[in-house]
Ligand binder design. Sequence first.
Ligand SMILES: Cc1cc2nc3c(=O)[nH]c(=O)nc-3n(C[C@H](O)[C@H](O)[C@H](O)COP(=O)(O)OP(=O)(O)OC[C@H]3O[C@@H](n4cnc5c(N)ncnc54)[C@H](O)[C@@H]3O)c2cc1C
Ligand code: FES
Length: 296
Amino acid sequence: MSLSIPPLRYCARILDNRSLGGALFHLVLGVPPIATLAQPGHFLQLDCHPSLTLPRPFSIMGVDGDKGTVDIFYQVVGAGTAYMSRWQPGQEAWVLGPLGSCFTMPPHGVPALLVAGGVGLAPLRFLAHGLRRAGVQVTLLWGLEAQTIPFATVPALLGVAGEPVPAPLALQMEEEAGIATRLASMSQRDGFYHGLVSDLLEKVIAAGGGNPHLYVCGPTAMMAAVQSVAKTWGLQGEVSLESHMACGFGGCAGCVVPVATPDVGVGAWHYVKCCTEGPVLPLGQVLWNPSGAQQQ
Ligand SMILES: Cc1cc2nc3c(=O)[nH]c(=O)nc-3n(C[C@H](O)[C@H](O)[C@H](O)COP(=O)(O)OP(=O)(O)OC[C@H]3O[C@@H](n4cnc5c(N)ncnc54)[C@H](O)[C@@H]3O)c2cc1C
Ligand code: FES
């Protein structure tokens, strides 16, 4: 679903911008119109610095409509995010949004299984709380390779199929909201599932996760692996892409991704603009390797 109103540019006030350890940061922007309008899956384009021609896209991790705030969870990877990491409370930044498509509800009575990798947690955290408030049973699996866990944790008392309960580690904010969480890492770490988060997903599904609706966001290889698991188990869902972008509102075609939709015929594919038709797209439509015309 896309917004029916055009996105607008706003001057946002930086209310908080704190390091969460390593390259990870939590930014809180004061921008009431976006806080009121945004739905899980939407993103923003942020002007990081006057020296950079293009803004940078970031998913919305949460909003507080009463306070007019928008939360962003970001990782420093290059010039724009390095400038952002130096922002101080009280400064202002130009922001365009909310942009893009948003997640949809699972079919009635179907549980939601969310799979995040790294900063791909951001849109899924927003979604998880929205679904929970709507009465959906939600489980969130998070693959995290950062040395420190950037958010508060508690022992896990909420059950996840195939995983022991109680378990040493769950995200506090989610556990308290009734959202079961488990973390995965390729390193051997206390409280983490040891391996890929897509392997943990398969383990959970095999243990009787009850035909969940999947929601995915993270590195491309992870999303392709989850799409492959979904195909094996015949599961439906949605994926939130983080393609490279330029304008962010459909004007440049700098963000196109190949998809196979039922209307283009068997084996055929076409391009969609990730910024307007995405970033949220149906899981199973995205072609991760179009040159081989091979859908995962
Ligand atoms: C819809 C959407 C939502 C996003 N949400 C988040 C988020 O919530 N948190 C977050 O930390 N990041 C998010 N990203 C990615 C973020 O936009 C990029 O990390 C950021 O633009 C990098 O800017 P930079 O100037 O620091 O790095 P650049 O100097 O532009 O690039 C540094 C390195 O990062 C790579 N890179 C840049 N953009 C991307 C990208 N989109 N995907 C993969 N690699 C990239 C470049 O190829 C280069 O290797 C999102 C991207 C999109 C499209
Ligand atoms: S980024 Fe310009 S069309 Fe999508």
